[in-house]
Design a protein around this ligand. Sequence first.
Ligand code: GLN
Length: 416
Amino acid sequence: MDEGTDGQEPRTTEETGPVVAVLERICEELAPRREGQVSDFIPELAGADPNAFGLAAVSAHGRCYSAGDDEAAFTVQSVSKPFVYAMALEERGLDDVHAHVGAEPSGEPFNAISLDEQGRPENPMINAGAIVTTSLIRGEESRSRFERIRAVLSSFAGRHLSMDEDSYRSEAGTGHRNRALGYLSMAGGVLEGSVEEAVLDYFRQCALNVTVVDLAVMAATLASGGVNPLTGERVISRRTARHTLSVMTSCGMYDRAGEWALRVGIPAKSGVSGGILAAAPGSFGVGVFSPPLDHAGNSVRGVAALEQLSENYDLHMLRIPSEPPSPVHSMTRAGGTLDVHLRGDIDFLAAEQVVSRLAEAVDDARVTSVTVELERVSGISQAARSLLTAELDDLDGAGVEASMSEPAVINEDSED
Ligand code: GLN
């Protein structure tokens, strides 16, 4: 994991066009909504403008779209939790991290005393769990733990994130419930090192300043399997991105996880300052900001905007493709030779289709040799490769000369 993104990447946000129009329409429609309360949970947050409302989306191709208050800075708060969890996973591995924190939705508010029977916080998306994951990260001689965390969140955002000192101080002076959660986790034997230091670093990460565009880029980085689509930097592995999205899916929206899965179905994380980050796997990262919160602590306009985006713009993660992928670009026969050109991303399902098409084609006894060409393939999973290789071996065994021809560089599609 490279923690070194200090350079400001130039970020071009599209100003016109049909995608911006979609976001603008949602902003206009939802701006008049007046429900919800601006949080005064941290004294410093109480002064937020209830009318501020911004929406941004970043595609897996790295295009940025935004509408409304897209330059307003706010503190990231709980939206930092998935990234610190991801960092802990990269450094300590899944089993070690989950020896310290659970992976079950708590069904309770973010600051609840949610510890399971083993003394672990229920999950890393609530305060108790996030304080524990923070404690699992180590500082280095040259860089404190917080600076390492800041560097990783900055790599996710593709630019250096500054910290709001006032917000940090406000929370450090009042956040005694979080200290209590830290001590309870320590009593359960799952928080490492000093509670006070872990809690202060947790407050610091919560006080990092972001805009909706930052949230959308951070989300798009998760949605793209850990590679920031703007800077091209790999921040975490694909496997860690998958684990992080899984926990966001079940635990990211506090006690609204079930309803969220039903109506939105995009792995997401909300924060008390009014931000929501949502990452539609392989597709878009979305950021929303509007301070008034509902009873569960989620931004009212943010939830409504994501419901609309999901319902109308194909972002539900369980959206079922209208048809299975067609991995065969062409099949050409010349005499006894069969050339099969594949295309796109070859996963197990795609390989299964190729195998059945091949089986049909070589039923014709005149076929004496088969070549499977991978030039047009963008990635192939290990599962797909073993299935294809097994089929080619079988063909060989049956007397058909079978081989695979591939370019020098091919994306092995490994999650590590
Ligand atoms: N810093 C806040 C806290 O710990 C974050 C909570 C949140 O965003 N839900 O209370």
